[in-house]
Ligand binder design. Sequence first.
Ligand code: SF4
Length: 330
Amino acid sequence: MIATIYIEESIQQHPRTLQICSRFSRARKIICHRYTEIFNPKAQNFRLQKQQPALILAEKHNHFIHRAPAGYGIGGDRNYYFSHMLNCLYDCRYCFLQGMLQSANYILFVNYDDFVQEIESISRENTGQQLHFFSGYDCDSLALEPVTGFAAHFLPAFARLANAWLELRTKSTQIRSLMDIPVIPRCIVAFSFTPEATATALEHKAPGVQRRIEAMFRLQQQGWLLGLRFDPIIYQVGYQQQYRQLFEAIFSKIDVQRLHSVSLGVFRLPENYFRKIHRLYPREKLFSGPLQNTSGVVSYTDNLEREMMHNCREMLLQYIPDSIFFPCQL
Ligand code: SF4
């Protein structure tokens, strides 16, 4: 799966580096000074690289944890996000990473303990407040879990913090590291969905809708708290019927009582990301409308956006209480 691994010289002997390299013993290993030499040059072709991304093992030196944008949240007092990894195993055509990053290679920051230290320090500074930490902002939280051991490392850390919640955002069925440990009460395993037809057309390499529902079911049986993320909602003729079927499939299997939150947001991209992705996939139907550019953000026309949010909200509220519903305000 991984044919080339770039390794920053300073972390050649890091235990996580050694462990990952031993897993891919036949991969070509190339030592570099900083990951930016490989990752940042312009004129790389994201679409071509996506066919066989290299793995870059690097060290992050600062800015481990960021405040989440206003309007992003699921009921916490303060919201943060962090990225132990950039880029994703999957290849969703609507993914903003294709527009934001120069390269499709995976970067993994191996110094997890530095992230944890900053999370602990934020937790100490904000006792009495419920803090939500979102992973899976610049990657899928679980898709590469057998390689990265991300959840296995971070979950015990969160278990020790009384006011810190971790959201694992995923489309993956890689749940073994959760099934093998006692449930962490302040972890939300949040699954992203679009209807079956959209997922098949746009979410390349990601597990299908039914497999995700099965993974959710198994986690819920074990006692894990779940989230549902319908973001982005994607327009297609007959989208109401498709979303109705999706909600029926999910809620016929998932117990709403053990659901932490449900969020909903329409497709939107910063204009420069949109242009770049459109250049990569000029024939993609998703980008042919009905879209508008409002102050540098490309999204559906106002009327359509309002209609989609309204219709999906009404359908969802037939299954869930309003108290766990969080429309994305970005
Ligand atoms: S799963 Fe998320 S991060 Fe991965 S390609 Fe799809 S949208 Fe992007």
